[in-house]
Design a protein around this ligand. Structure first.
Ligand SMILES: *Cc1c(COP(=O)(O)O)cnc(C)c1O
Length: 385
């Protein structure tokens, strides 16, 4: 009944965890869910207010334009200049997105022919691989290892793979490892992509979820990046807007055009009222972002204590609302996730769920309030691994 592309989807690795979670809950256990990468805090009130105003205007009720409202694209360009030091033309170098996930899925349709190789960082956002498979491409994972600070080793890619490689998905600040990349790495990516004629796609979904004074750079600020690259931005994690479905792509004109071609034939753009609220989010004070980050930082410091008390090695990360910790010796990531659930009622995500190279790690999301995290820490203190 299903198409080959659906049948080729990897098995749902979280099924076993979901089942155990339901079992533990059915026993009446108070489960603390640190599995979900979805902000628990509400969208900031001034953005909601902008939406309420926008939706009252009947002009917003019609089909949006294929590449987005100019007001939104201009706000995105100004935002990129203000916070990332990158100058972009809102007419040709910015495209409104229905969240960045659709762009990850649509980009291979624009640039990948059957048999082309798509490089992507592993562990990683599952859509890099699935979007590639849907387009008939051949996904090639680049393992992220702790000893390389979770950056891929571009020099280790075999020559025959490089010859067929068309596109490269990467993501820093990184989900799930919480690793960050510096300009030197981005510049290396530019040289690598130019030399091998590869399109660079940087997923920058977590660039504003940062702590301790760290600022996440834009890939587009690397010398030459605009020649070969595109960068994806999302309001989801920055402004607690996952449900709204809004973000933008920025970068090389021809790449933006290719993505726009696919999108204009598949979707009909983003509701104008959401774009107006999204523009307000970018144009107004960013104090709300700083406030949210302070909440995550406090949570991070609490949870790290709990992990240490159990014997897990966890370092405070500079960005993202995740903690990526190695599992104790003798456990696979799935076994340890199940153990934590059964013994402490704590849900986390097994690293292998993000790709083979995620084996040996577990991801905790800081998307629960401080009281719940403190309760999790109390439970962790009673465990030793
Ligand atoms: C959350 C997330 C996204 C996509 O978010 P959207 O809501 O679709 O904008 C993209 N990449 C990574 C790595 C994410 O974690």
């Amino acid at each position: 009944m299903y198409s080959e592309r659906i049948n080729a989807l990897p098995p749902y690795l979280f099924a076993a965890i979901d089942e155990s979670k339901a079992k533990v809950k059915a026993k009446g256990f108070d489960v603390i869910d640190l599995g979900i990468g979805d902000p628990d805090l509400p969208t900031h009130p001034h953005i909601v207010k902008a939406m309420c105003e926008a939706v009252k205007d009947p002009k917003t009720h019609r089909y949006p334009s294929h590449n987005g409202l100019y007001v939104f694209r201009k706000a995105a360009a100004d935002w990129c200049e203000r916070y990332k030091g990158v100058k972009l033309d809102p007419e040709s170098e910015i495209l409104t997105l229905i969240g960045s996930k659709e762009a990850v899925a649509h980009i291979p349709l624009a640039f990948v022919n059957p048999g082309d190789v798509v490089l992507y960082t592993d562990p990683g956002y599952p859509v890099y691989k699935i979007g590639t498979l849907f387009a008939g491409g051949e996904p090639y994972p680049l393992p992220l290892k702790a000893e390389n600070n979770f950056l891929p080793d571009l020099d280790a890619i075999p020559a025959d793979i490089l010859k067929r490689a068309k596109l490269f998905f990467f993501n820093y600040p990184n989900n799930p490892t919480a690793a960050v990349a510096d300009m030197a790495f981005f510049e290396k990516v530019v040289r690598f992509c130019k030399k091998n004629e590869i399109i660079a796609v940087h997923d920058n979904a977590y660039c504003q979820v940062v702590f301790d004074g760290y600022k996440a750079p834009s890939f587009l600020a690397a010398e030459g990046a605009m020649d070969i690259g595109i960068e994806l931005y999302s309001h989801s994690k920055t402004y607690n807007m996952t449900g709204w479905r809004i973000g933008f792509a920025a970068g090389n004109k021809a790449l933006i055009k290719g993505l726009d071609k696919v999108k204009s034939n598949i979707d009909s753009g983003t509701f104008d009222a959401i774009q107006l609220a999204g523009a307000a989010a970018m144009n107004e004070s960013q104090a709300c972002v700083t406030e949210t980050n302070e909440v995550y930082r406090k949570r991070r410091d609490i949870l790290i204590k709990g992990l240490k008390s159990m014997g897990l090695e966890a370092k405070p990360q500079k960005a993202t609302f995740y903690i990526w910790a190695p599992v104790p010796k003798g456990y696979t990531s799935i076994e340890f996730t199940e153990t934590l659930l059964e013994k402490a009622g704590i849900v986390a995500t097994p690293g292998v769920g993000f790709g083979a190279a995620g084996e040996g790690f577990i991801r905790f999301a800081l998307t629960q309030p401080v009281e719940r995290l403190k309760e999790a820490v109390e439970r962790m203190k009673k465990l030793q691994f």
